[in-house]
Design a protein around this ligand. Structure first.
Ligand code: PRP
Ligand code: URA
Length: 207
């Protein structure tokens, strides 16, 4: 599991605990997801490149540094869209692609139903987001789609991962680091993460 990074920040962990709690309502769940995603994005963008620019403060001329990266954010529909706001709060200029995948409830295999990605992915910093890494099928397929369109610098950001999902994803995409707030115990026979937080899409959208 060489590419897994657990972001063990106290604020992230306490928000995740509230999200796991079955008593947390949809509105609070969405707000916590926004906040938690923003905190995680702050951590995973530490190595983004900067360039110098000239500017004038109210007192004098100086140089400052600004982000020098084209950022592309790719949520996996549907639950990944719940993480859009948290990333865009910090990187409002990010372009957004969408990959639509759902898990067949019987086979647990991902089924692709939509893919629209921005052009020129080759030099972009791509953040693939989905709250859950369970069997890994959805994230593996999404990363493969991004690579097939030329994407190279991909980071996968999730909230809760399973040992099975991390192993499968790392073996399919050893070049893509996984950033997760937690590595949970196991999957149940229906492919749900234990202890997990339930069905992320249902909890975000109230379905
Ligand atoms: C959930 C979740 C991931 C996927 C993870 O989506 O948001 O995309 O399952 O499972 P996996 O690692 O086993 O592929 P789901 O298929 O329930 O669709 P939804 O987001 O539309 O609810
Ligand atoms: N998808 C979810 O939303 N939750 C899980 O536990 C597994 C897959």
């Amino acid at each position: 599991m060489g590419t897994l990074h657990i972001i063990d920040h106290p604020l992230i962990q306490s928000k995740l605990t509230r999200m796991r709690d079955a008593r947390t309502d949809n509105e609070t769940f969405r707000r916590l997801l926004d906040e938690l995603t923003a905190l995680m994005v702050y951590e995973i963008t530490r190595d983004y490149p900067l360039r110098e620019i000239e500017l004038t403060t109210p007192l004098e001329q100086t140089t400052g540094r600004v982000l020098d990266a084209r950022v592309v954010l790719v949520p996996i529909l549907r639950a990944g869209t719940g993480m859009l706001g948290g990333v865009l709060d910090l990187i409002p200029m990010a372009r957004i692609g969408h990959v639509g995948l759902y898990r067949d409830p019987d086979t647990l295999q991902p089924v692709e139903y939509y893919c629209k990605l921005p052009p020129n992915l080759e030099d972009a910093r791509i953040i693939l987001v989905d709250p859950m890494l369970a069997t890994g099928g959805s994230a593996i397929a999404a990363a493969a789609l991004i690579k097939s369109r030329g994407g190279r610098h991909i980071q996968f950001l999730c909230l809760v991962s399973s040992p099975e999902g991390v192993a499968a994803f790392s073996s399919a995409h050893p070049d893509v680091p996984i950033y997760s707030a937690a590595l949970d115990r196991e999957l149940n026979p229906k492919g749900y993460i234990l202890p997990g937080l339930g069905d992320a899409g249902d909890r975000i959208f109230g379905t």
